[in-house]
Design a protein around this ligand. Structure first.
Ligand SMILES: [Zn+2]
Length: 137
């Protein structure tokens, strides 16, 4: 199998946001696809390369891993036991970058919804949240 991601791009991916195409992201994509929406993935020309973009609706969905993005008050988001300072710095930087990206997107008139990995535990609630945000196709 050939690896189509350049090493540099890969380290960028790992550094910035953790892996793409995570399980939560795949789940959400299939849900909104079933709801009848068209969307684009990982749009690099927008701030932060948002995971899911619905250009026609002016809406963006960010699917965040709780650990990488430092979900507050979340069990999945605790700091590792070793290299605490390293991780603290890194995750704080990720959170700051998320905030900056959201602000930049909003500045460009995009609506932004953040979905956290842990929200997949309650699929019914998550589906309602997505429907409420997206409205009708
Ligand atoms: Zn969480």
């Amino acid at each position: 199998m050939t690896d189509t991601v350049l090493p540099q791009r890969r380290s960028e991916i790992m550094r910035n946001i953790g892996p793409r195409n995570t399980l939560p992201e795949i789940y959400i994509r299939s849900q909104i696809h079933r709801m009848g929406f068209r969307f684009r993935l990982h749009v690099r020309k927008l701030p932060g390369t948002p995971d899911i973009v619905l250009p026609r609706h002016g809406k963006v969905i960010l699917v965040n891993g709780c650990f990488w993005h430092g979900h507050q008050n979340c069990k999945k988001a605790g700091l590792p036991k070793s290299n605490v300072n390293f991780w603290k710095k890194k995750l704080t930087r990720n959170q700051k970058r998320d905030q900056e990206n959201i602000a930049a997107l909003v500045g460009l008139k995009w609506k932004v919804l953040t979905v956290w990995q842990c929200e997949l535990k309650n699929a019914g609630q998550l589906d309602r949240k997505l429907k409420k945000y997206l409205g009708t196709p």
